[in-house]
Design a protein around this ligand. Structure first.
Ligand SMILES: Nc1nc2c(c(=O)[nH]1)N[C@H]1C(S)=C(S)[C@@H](COP(=O)(O)OP(=O)(O)OC[C@H]3O[C@@H](n4cnc5c(=O)[nH]c(N)nc54)[C@H](O)[C@@H]3O)O[C@H]1N2
Ligand SMILES: Nc1nc2c(c(=O)[nH]1)N[C@H]1C(S)=C(S)[C@@H](COP(=O)(O)OP(=O)(O)OC[C@H]3O[C@@H](n4cnc5c(=O)[nH]c(N)nc54)[C@H](O)[C@@H]3O)O[C@H]1N2
Ligand code: SF4
Ligand SMILES: [Mo]
Length: 738
């Protein structure tokens, strides 16, 4: 593999063409895949279009759902929603595959143990809610409210949270914090006093040079960002990608640097070293707006490009070139903060290093640099007064608390407290625990088997539902109202509405109704207004609009954010010093390194390879695993294990053959996985997409396709600053089929 290869124009393919490939494939798909309960997709009646928001990932783009004869036959990007611009990523168009999934949960289920076997029986809503309320009540009476925890992901959880608050429970965890972007959030807050945002506050539209560490846009399809990058490339934006694997984004980059996995902080320190030692940093900005420069220099002084080259496997000349180019294009240059940042136990420090690199070139609030979007300042909903909580935050990690009040504990702490007999009941909303908890499937299952009472609210019979005592079938995002999507800052601040496109199918119900039924059973009257429509209308009326008005376009828009610094403007940051903290006082006070340090990761045992993971453009792990429209596309049918040709030949692996994977702890994958022999990965790592290898047979489509990534995680490492869980120090080897 050659290093620092130039891919520039020669390999130029527009990222946006991926959208087109997706949509084209999708329409043929629509023609031939199942069409749910009738001839919906061949419908010819008059068209009705409903504007709502997507739920295939947290980006939550605006959609336009096209309905004929009472059935949704097409989903396109909303013209009105600022995150869509009239387009969707391939997953967004595939919602039909979710609503008309023949495996959907159709009615509530209650687990029954008869003799030695466990079965589920169909139950009425009243029965299921009564049982749930009774059990939760008993557990609270017996062990206290801290024995109940809710885990949630996806946007329908808010009403359940209101209900639990009124009930006196406040243990909430979000796997997307500790298994995904917690380090990024906190790393930014520690440095700048605000989060990196979703969408990220990087002014790609005006940038000339953007550096990515991992962050595989094009495979990770954040609609707006991918559109901006595609536009940027057309305009001449230069991209640099540090990734042990030649990602789709690396294919669009001026330079791909196949960095040794886990050494990124050393690379970032070396880039800082060059910026400072060659006087390329923005001295005026740094003097005026940052603290801790001397401590930073003390830390990076020794990390010369030559030293970093021996650690990262990237030549020193390349490191110098990139630092110089970064400074040359600044302030219209930025390092992207990434999204899934809990790779190892050092995620928060790595994101801090990214924030520091940006600060050094003075790109804050400059065109093409780091910007801070504003959110639509919508009034808070009239909340039911909740009991006084003796403890607002349950996490033991010192830097966790800044994220308040979104979650109060990390998901892995719920697992641990369950295994220690402290937590007795789980309420799981939209989290496929066995495949999501990055402490590995085994630990997740152990905890689920131990917990006294488990309720799962889901749309599909995912693995988690097989461990639940009560399964509550929520209708899909296309069949319900949720709370307003109002908290997110963007260029144009917005409030977006999720509204039902069609009536709920089967005996499924919207989360807002389920939460209301639970509140009534728990004698918590008046938690919710008489209907969800009244609730939404009340909120929107306070903004001088109404539900009726917002239903038309699905959005309420604010004034575009003032993004850039005015000449002479004094900047203020919500950090303890009021400045950008190159050395973090909060880190120091909590007993951690004030400046990010490089710490070497574990090395693979002989014959084993570091297992890296990522995404496929057509799929969102569990969310789309069973989706016929998306999952039948040729590139989405199964995952593959990427293996370097030299390694393949050492292990006598043929391209296209199936192998089992065995990890360093001896765990062997239940299902085989197809080998992809490719130069596009380093020799010391292998790569597989997460979200495959489903083992629950009720998932008729997803069952046994590819191998599970989470099954192979036996070692997880906690980032003790913010309580996130890294899992990339796991290694696998190959077992050939007999
Ligand atoms: N289509 C699609 N899009 C998605 C999702 C999906 O499931 N499908 N999921 C969404 C979610 S929840 C998230 S969090 C994001 C995740 O998407 P990202 O935030 O982009 O995830 P990363 O882990 O940063 O990126 C994975 C890349 O990092 C590389 N990598 C692994 N280890 C290292 C390392 O040590 N150093 C460096 N420099 N690179 C490394 C891998 O080779 C891979 O190319 O995607 C979101 N978007
Ligand atoms: N091994 C491993 N683990 C990982 C990752 C990895 O790369 N590898 N990635 C991590 C990341 S970045 C993230 S963000 C998390 C994501 O973790 P999860 O959010 O658990 O991811 P999914 O697998 O999509 O599970 C979502 C669940 O929600 C259900 N669902 C979908 N729509 C609805 C709905 O409208 N209502 C309800 N009630 N349920 C719904 C789905 O059927 C599914 O069971 O996983 C993390 N875990
Ligand atoms: S990026 Fe794609 S999947 Fe995510 S919300 Fe937007 S359209 Fe849906
Ligand atoms: Mo994520």
């Amino acid at each position: 593999m050659s290093h620092g290869q130039d891919f520039s124009r020669r390999d130029f393919i527009k990222i946006s063409s991926l959208f087109l490939a997706g949509s084209a494939a999708m329409s043929t798909q629509i023609g031939r895949t199942f069409n749910g309960s009738g001839d919906a997709l061949a419908a010819t009646g008059e068209e009705r279009v409903v504007h709502s928001i997507c739920e295939h990932c947290f980006w939550r783009c605006g959609i336009a759902a096209h309905v004929r004869d009472g059935k949704i036959y097409k989903i396109t990007g909303s013209e009105h929603h600022p995150l869509s611009n009239g387009r969707l990523c391939p997953r967004g168009t595939g919602g039909i595959g979710q609503i008309y999934d023949p495996d959907r949960l159709a009615h509530p289920l209650i687990r029954e143990r008869k003799g030695g076997t466990t079965t589920y029986r169909k139950a009425s809503w009243d029965e299921a809610i009564t049982l749930t309320a009774e059990k939760l009540y008993q557990i609270k009476e017996k062990y206290g409210p801290e024995a109940i925890a809710m885990m949630h992901h996806g946007y329908g959880y808010t009403f359940f949270k209101q209900m639990f608050h009124a009930f006196g429970v406040n243990k909430f965890a979000k796997p997307s914090y500790d298994f995904c972007c917690g380090p990024r959030h906190q790393g930014y807050i520690l440095t700048y006093g605000h989060s990196a945002g979703t969408p990220e506050g990087i002014d790609i539209q005006n940038s000339r040079y953007v550096i990515f560490f991992g962050t595989h846009y094009g495979e990770n399809m954040h609609n707006t960002a991918v559109q901006e990058i595609a536009e940027g490339i057309r305009r001449g934006l230069k991209i640099v990608v540090f990734d042990p694997r030649f990602s789709t984004l690396a294919g669009k980059a001026e330079k791909w640097l196949p960095i040794k996995a886990g050494t990124d902080i050393a690379m970032m320190q070396a880039l800082m070293h060059v910026l400072i030692s060659e006087n390329l940093y923005d001295k005026e900005f740094v003097e005026e707006n940052t603290v801790g420069f001397n401590e930073l220099w003390d830390e990076v002084r020794e990390m010369t490009p030559e030293k970093a080259a021996t650690i990262t496997d990237i030549p020193a000349d390349d490191i110098r070139d990139i630092a110089r180019n970064f400074a040359r294009y600044a302030p219209a240059a930025a390092v992207h903060p990434g999204r899934r940042t809990q790779w190892y136990a050092d995620g928060t420090q790595r994101v801090r290093a990214i924030a520091i690199l940006n600060a050094l070139v003075g790109n804050y609030k400059m065109p093409g640099g780091v910007v801070k979007y504003q959110k639509y300042n919508i009034a808070k909903p009239d909340a039911h007064p909740h009991p006084h909580f003796e403890k607002e935050i349950w996490s033991k990690y010192p830097l966790f608390t800044d994220i308040k009040p979104e979650n109060t504990i990390a998901s892995h702490e719920i697992i641990q407290q369950t295994l220690q007999d402290e937590i007795k009941a789980w309420f799981v909303y939209g989290v496929n625990v066995p495949e999501t908890v990055t402490m590995g499937r085994k630990t997740a299952i152990e905890a689920m088997n131990k917990v006294e009472f488990l309720v799962a609210v889901d749309t599909l019979p995912m693995e988690v539902t097989g461990y639940a005592d009560v399964v509550l079938p929520e209708c899909t995002y296309l069949e319900r109202y949720d709370d307003l999507d109002a908290g997110r800052p963007y260029r144009t601040p917005f409030v977006a509405l999720r509204q039902p496109v069609v009536e709920p199918m089967f005996d499924s119900k919207p989360g807002n109704e389920i939460a209301r039924m639970m509140a009534e059973k728990l004698d918590l009257h008046g938690v919710f207004p008489d209907s969800v429509e009244t609730y939404l209308d009340n909120r929107l009326k306070k903004e001088g609009s109404s539900l009726e008005e917002v239903k038309k376009t699905g959005v309420l828009l604010g004034k575009p954010t003032d993004l850039y610094r005015k000449p002479g403007e004094k900047l203020k940051f919500k950090t303890p010093s009021g400045k950008i903290e190159l050395a973090s006082s909060k880190m120091k006070d909590a007993g951690f390194d004030a400046v990010p340090k490089y710490v070497a990761q574990d090395e693979a045992p002989n014959g084993y390879y570091r297992i890296l993971t990522g995404r496929k453009p057509m799929l969102t792990f569990g969310r789309t695993a069973n989706n016929r429209f998306l999952g039948d596309l040729p590139t989405a049918k199964e995952n593959e294990i990427w293996v370097n040709p030299d390694i393949a030949s050492q292990h006598r692996l043929e391209h296209g053959e199936y192998v089992h994977l065995k990890n360093q702890a001896g765990v062997v994958s239940e299902f085989p996985i197809k080998v992809k022999v490719t130069e596009r990965i380093r020799k010391d790592a292998v790569y597989m997409v997460h979200g495959f290898g489903h083992y629950f047979k009720k998932l008729n489509h997803a069952y046994a396709r590819g191998a599970s990534h989470n099954e192979l995680i036996s070692k997880s490492e906690i980032d003790t600053t913010v309580g996130a869980v890294g899992f990339q120090n796991n290694f696998v080897t190959f077992i050939k089929e007999a």
